[in-house]
Design a protein around this ligand. Structure first.
Ligand SMILES: Nc1ncnc2c1ncn2[C@@H]1O[C@H](COP(=O)(O)OP(=O)(O)OP(=O)(O)O)[C@@H](O)[C@H]1O
Ligand SMILES: [Mg+2]
Length: 452
């Protein structure tokens, strides 16, 4: 194994030599007498730890510390201080110094400080690697290349760090709210704890309270045994309450109390239970409308939504459509043992032009079907089975029951836009033609034909 590299920066060369001699068995020590050359060597040497004298001539220790932190915020820096001036040491620690040791150096204190720092850094790195693996295993693939979704995911990553803050995820059906709830859990410090998902809409309303909070033996007929609820199952992890808008009044009141105090009683119980879990909730319903109707408590809404994350509809991030489609092709190739390689040009156009009211879930279903139907290497437009957009989605008038004269409608439309283009360009035919994507010749022909 590579010996850890330790960079010593101290203007007293004897110190550097003494440290090198004391540590030579387990470490590789490189000493500098000033900050500037040491900083220049940082990238090349990739040290595991820096021992830095506070009272350096030239660039002082605090300035050097700031630069080292800018270079690599995870690199531990242990300060060496001669004077007993605690205020400089405090300043250094505030700036991110790991620890400090005082001169005259005691070698056992020095090795203890170094070993502690290196062990902690190693531990942190292990935890980060483990967390990345959990995230990968449990949230197999979150696809999102658009700036919009990238910003949402960056926000989610930051929110995840505070393990107790409730998060409310809003967004249309199929936008990926459940995936995001998982991403919050697996990026949080509670990632090794349970992720307990509860679909409030799937539990009969008269059972929801006892499912969530548990019940005591004899609480109601049929309660033969005491049973802990889902909230208890989520202790030390994340409780994901999906379709939160479907929670009845009694469960809403009890949940509010739990969010405020961390305490609850099982149904039929008298013993107070306290647990810690982060509550993440989600809904595709319009909570404002539910609150206006008195069907959802406003105080609960504010408690659940300390942090609110709104997942944008797929049409608002059209840059994600093709990457998601290609991802789902891979998923269903695997599942069905197919060899579809890509989308045909017509299919690309159809996917990009479709109004995805069912969002990512609809896209996933469309691709699943297409991969199943595909016989060659490409998905063609007819395998997508996309129905053309409705009149409402296009902005066109609906087809009247008695039928219509399509040729006349098209001519009227052409006449309108030719007229508009000429008006915009003060009658300049070649510029008007360009505005309509026509060559000059065609433009003049159409204009004459339609007598504009
Ligand atoms: N960014 C994404 N990358 C990969 N798969 C996604 C992404 N977003 C959504 N999906 C997939 O789309 C489907 C729907 O996502 P999800 O269940 O999270 O939606 P939802 O917002 O919870 O919808 P609903 O409100 O209807 O419950 C799932 O199969 C999910 O894996
Ligand atoms: Mg969902």
């Amino acid at each position: 194994m590579r010996r850890p590299v330790i960079l010593v920066i101290d203007d007293e060369s004897l110190i550097g030599e003494a440290i090198a001699a004391a540590l030579e068995d387990g470490y590789q020590v490189v000493a500098f007498e000033a900050a500037e050359p040491a900083l220049a060597a940082l990238g090349r040497m990739a040290p595991d730890l820096v021992l830095l004298d506070i009272g350096l001539p030239g660039m002082g220790g605090l300035e050097a510390l700031a630069r080292i932190r800018r270079h690599d915020a995870n690199l531990p820096v242990v300060m060496i201080t001669a004077d007993r001036d605690i205020s400089t040491v405090v300043a250094a620690v505030k700036q991110g110094a790991w620890d400090y040791i005082t001169k005259p150096l005691k070698m056992d204190a020095l090795t203890r400080a170094i070993d502690n720092a290196l062990a902690t850094v190693r531990l942190r790195r292990d935890v980060q690697a483990l967390q990345a693996r959990y995230l990968e295993e449990h949230i197999p693939c979150f696809i999102g290349e658009s700036d919009t979704i990238q910003a949402v995911m960056a926000f989610v990553g930051r929110v995840a760090q505070s393990p107790d803050t409730p998060v409310l995820i809003l967004g249309e059906t199929g936008t990926g709210k459940e995936l995001i709830a998982g991403a919050i859990h697996y990026q949080s410090p509670n990632f090794k704890g349970p992720f307990t998902a509860v679909n409030c809409a799937a539990i009969p309303t008269e059972l929801i309270e006892s499912e969530l909070f548990g019940y005591e033996k004899g609480a109601f007929s049929g309660a033969a045994q005491t049973k802990p609820g889902l909230i208890e199952a989520a202790a030390g992890g994340t409780l994901f309450l999906d379709e939160i808008g479907d929670l009845n009044a009694a469960a809403q009141a009890k949940l509010l109390r739990f969010l405020e105090t961390g305490e609850f009683y099982r149904v039929g119980g008298t013993q107070r239970h306290t647990i810690r879990t982060r509550v993440v909730s989600a809904t595709n319903q319009d909570l404002d409308a539910l609150m206006a109707d008195g069907r959802f408590r406003r105080d609960l809404y504010f408690r659940l939504g300390v942090i609110r994350v709104t997942v944008p509809a797929l049409n608002a991030r059209s840059g994600d459509i093709l990457p998601l489609a290609r991802h789902f092709i891979e998923v269903f190739n695997q599942k069905f043992g197919k060899w579809v390689r890509d989308l045909g040009p017509g299919a690309v156009q159809a996917l990009e032009g479709h109004a995805w009211t069912g969002n990512v879930r609809e896209l996933r279903n469309v691709i699943e079907r297409a991969v199943l139907l595909a016989e060659g290497e490409h998905i063609e437009v007819d395998m997508l089975g996309l129905t053309p957009p409705t009149a409402l989605e296009t902005g066109f008038a609906p087809l009247p029951d008695e039928g219509m004269d399509l040729a006349a409608a098209l001519a009227a439309m052409e006449r309108f836009y030719i007229h508009e283009a000429l008006r915009r360009t003060d009658g300049n035919e070649s510029r008007a033609a360009r505005l309509l994507g026509l060559n000059h010749h065609t433009f003049r022909y159409q204009r004459k034909k339609l007598a504009v």
